[in-house]
Design a protein around this ligand. Sequence first.
Ligand code: NAD
Length: 267
Amino acid sequence: AGDLMKGKRGLVMGVANKNSIAWGIAQQLHAQGAELAFSYQDEALEKRVRPLVESLGGEPFMVTADVTDDASMEACFKTIEDRWGRLDFLVHAIAFAGKDELQGSFTHNTTREGFKRAMDVSAFSFVDAARRASALMPSREEGGGAMISMTYLGSERVVPNYNVMGVAKAALEASTRYIARDLGPAGIRVNAISAGPMRTLAMAGISGGRTLMKTGKDWSMLKEDTTMEGVAGAALYLLSDLGKSCTGEVLHVDAGFHAVAVPDIEE
Ligand code: NAD
């Protein structure tokens, strides 16, 4: 525990269960004194998220936000504005693509609808949330703000079955840079964390996920799985004042996997 986030209020979008990356990040921010609001996709998830949020103690602040629904997003940020009047940071950990699209040939299995949906939920949602969140952030003189989103190496290089999600992550990373430039003069920093494979619900939707996990460890420089601790630590860095001067960045937290071109050769 510490006080790196003391006096800061933030919205965490994307907790579905205890394995969610958003939850790992939230616990770390809470331990550093942040005050948190949580948005969840729908009522079904509310039941699962509530006990987690309650476990942090204090009065739970939870709001619905389906990122594909303008009215729902509007209502979510209105609730935050009414209750807090301001927002210091945003955590975006949301993505979706249909199961049919997350296997086999990208060229043959990507439909117009599937492409649009993956882009809408996984990339545009950050643009939309960033616009709404930035309107509530303090001025540069009063400390500005910070935002992060979650991405994966499939945006830069081809990963089997990741397919349309890789394309959506490329759009998310590019959006991160454009948003960072727009909001920079206001003192708002915008970054992405490119995490190695982690066992979550979203991961379970990717065909061959187990192989991705194993390769992610075996080919990594550290010879270990990406840890929630590492990802949450990176989030703390980027969202706290430790991250000053860092914006428009995609920070890889993947045990060094992204920089390896050829796996170990044993001979
Ligand atoms: P997760 O399933 O726990 O989280 C995904 C979240 O997206 C869920 O909370 C879900 O409710 C939310 N979501 C989906 N559609 C939504 C909608 N229409 N409106 C609102 N919320 C919606 O899985 P996770 O692995 O924690 O994923 C979080 C982020 O991390 C995603 O962006 C994912 O792509 C990224 N990521 C995951 C890994 C990994 O290996 N798990 C690696 C790198 C990046």
